[in-house]
Ligand binder design. Structure first.
Ligand code: STR
Length: 508
């Protein structure tokens, strides 16, 4: 009998043990791994994953690996190696691994954020980039759209003068409207019920993605019902229904003569490929409603959750650093004044504000581990062999907190992005990639930077953002989901005296 058991165990071990790899090749050092569970028992369970992985670098070096289930994962925590993965060998590492929760979210790896390296990913990414090009200049330029929404946001905040409030929802609404303009040329009014629905399902999606669920490690656990997956599916369904309703309605009024947003670009590309002389071509299938919805869903989700989060982080750091806030306001008063609202062209004059935003993106990166990459062919990183199919995770947190690259990396110091005279922006090191890099880099970087700059400049010109009366400062610890969120906090809104006087003067 025991022979049978041994045979069975050996067979199981054979299938679950990593395959013998390229002979003679040198692989990154690995954490210990057991059959079945892999390195799971050896991974720290408490605290933030990005910080734990950074800590492991002390023992294992800047690149190391571990095994979860049957999959090998390589962690890269140093900028030269990260740039090799993202830029120099960008194409070889442009794949995306299969992750159960992300697969539900992306309707089988459609869209652009979580799609594996594939013709549909290439096509949709190109079309999204073409969309942003539509908003470069003219009447539709991003700056104009952003200023409109930021202006409404500030007008709303003015009605809250003297009160302490959570900025989450008002900021969410402004940012949602900006991305709505980019996607469908529409926007929501304050109090619109649909915005609340979007707010709620986004929260559900973020909550369920962030739980490093075991199913993401062992996909076969899917056969057991899971509460998290259930909630995830519910939220994704609500989202898909809402976006589908918008898409179907939009199709009726679509006109080839006026291509002004993401939906226009996607629908037009679909028409072009179905009418091609040789009959519907390959692209036509890749532009069916399901594919279109997945891409719009990604842009929507990415455009809203990231910027809202960074704006809240920025306000939180300013509450902790009231002197800095005052200095930024002086900078605004001197360079923009109080008669005009700030514009993008003020960006090279408001250098302290710009440095502050860069520092927020360093110390609390939106995605501290980016989104996992996958090797699309056998390749290498530095001196180490990487087999096709290996997951590669860039630990951006490690890059942004490396003591050899940054002076006191845990301190919030916007001055590090300024020259000693404080008048020029500088890049102190290459160990900084807040938007990733290479073929998978963030497509919305320029939109995001403009939104962050304009909204902070407008808000600080008009308001004093202060700690609420109860003296409660925001926690800076954070809550890492797919986006590194900040825990809810309140801020006291006060219209600036200087702003009031300037208004009274100009209307007199
Ligand atoms: C937020 C919640 C939602 O409703 C939809 C999405 C899909 C796209 C995701 C987004 C999420 C979170 C931020 C992501 C983005 C794609 C790129 C972006 C992960 C889950 C980042 O890399 C920061």
């Amino acid at each position: 009998m025991w022979e049978l058991w041994t045979l069975l165990l050996l067979t199981v071990a054979y299938f679950l043990w990593p395959k013998i790899r390229r002979p003679g090749a040198k692989y990154p050092r690995s954490l210990p791994a057991l059959p079945l569970v892999g390195s799971l028992p050896f991974l720290p369970r408490h605290g933030h994953l990005h910080a734990n992985l950074f800590k492991l670098q002390e023992k294992y070096g800047p690149i190391f690996s571990f095994r979860l289930g049957t999959k090998n994962t390589v962690i890269v925590g140093q900028h030269q190696l990260a740039r090799e993965v993202l830029i120099k060998k960008g194409k070889e590492f442009s794949g995306r691994p299969y992750v159960v929760t992300l697969d539900i979210l992306s309707n089988n790896q459609k869209g652009i954020a979580f799609a594996d390296y594939s013709p549909h990913w290439q096509l949709h990414r190109k079309l999204v980039q073409a969309t942003f090009a539509l908003f470069k200049d003219g009447n539709q330029r991003l700056e104009k759209i952003i200023c409109q929404e930021v202006s409404s946001l500030c007008d709303f905040l003015a009605t809250q003068n003297g009160k302490s409030m959570d900025l989450d929802f008002p900021v969410f609404l402004a940012v949602t409207n900006i991305i709505c303009m980019v996607c469908f040329n529409s926007s929501y009014k304050y109090g619109d019920h649909e915005v609340k629905i979007i707010h709620d399902y986004n929260k559900g999606i973020l909550d369920t993605l962030g739980r490093d669920e075991l199913v993401d490690i062992f996909p076969w656990l899917m056969i057991f019902p899971s509460k998290t997956l259930g909630l995830m599916k519910k939220c994704v369904n609500i989202r898909n229904e809402l976006l589908n309703k918008i898409l179907q309605k939009y199709k009726e009024k679509f006109s080839s003569n006026s291509i002004t947003n993401l939906l226009d670009i996607l629908i037009q590309a679909k028409l072009n490929s179905s009418n091609s002389s040789s009959g519907p071509d390959q692209d036509s299938k890749l532009l069916s409603d399901k594919y279109i919805l997945a891409t719009v869903g990604d842009i929507f989700g990415a455009g809203v959750e990231t910027t809202t989060s960074v704006m809240k982080w920025t306000v939180a750091f300013l509450l902790h650093n009231p002197q800095l806030k005052k200095k930024i306001q002086e900078e605004i008063d001197q360079n923009v004044g109080l008669r005009h609202t700030p514009t993008i062209s003020d960006r090279n004059r408001l250098v302290l504000l710009e440095a502050t935003i860069r520092e927020v993106l360093r110390i609390r990166p939106v995605a501290p581990l980016l989104i996992p990459h996958k090797a699309t062919s056998d390749s290498s990183i530095g001196e180490f062999a990487i087999d096709k199919g290996t997951r590669v995770i860039i630990n951006l947190w490690a890059l942004h907190h490396n003591e050899k690259e940054w002076l006191q990396p845990d301190q919030f110091m916007p001055e590090r992005f300024l020259d000693p005279t404080g008048s020029q922006l500088i890049s102190p090191t290459l160990s900084y990639l807040p938007f990733g890099a290479g073929p998978r880099s963030c497509v919305g970087e320029s939109l995001a930077r403009q939104e962050l700059f304009l909204s902070m400049a407008w808000m600080l010109q008009r308001f004093d953002l202060e700690v609420p009366e109860d003296g409660q400062l925001p926690s800076l610890e954070g809550d890492p989901k797919v986006v590194f969120l900040i825990k809810p906090f309140k801020v006291k809104i006060k219209v600036r005296q200087a702003w009031r006087e300037a208004q009274a003067e100009s209307s007199a």
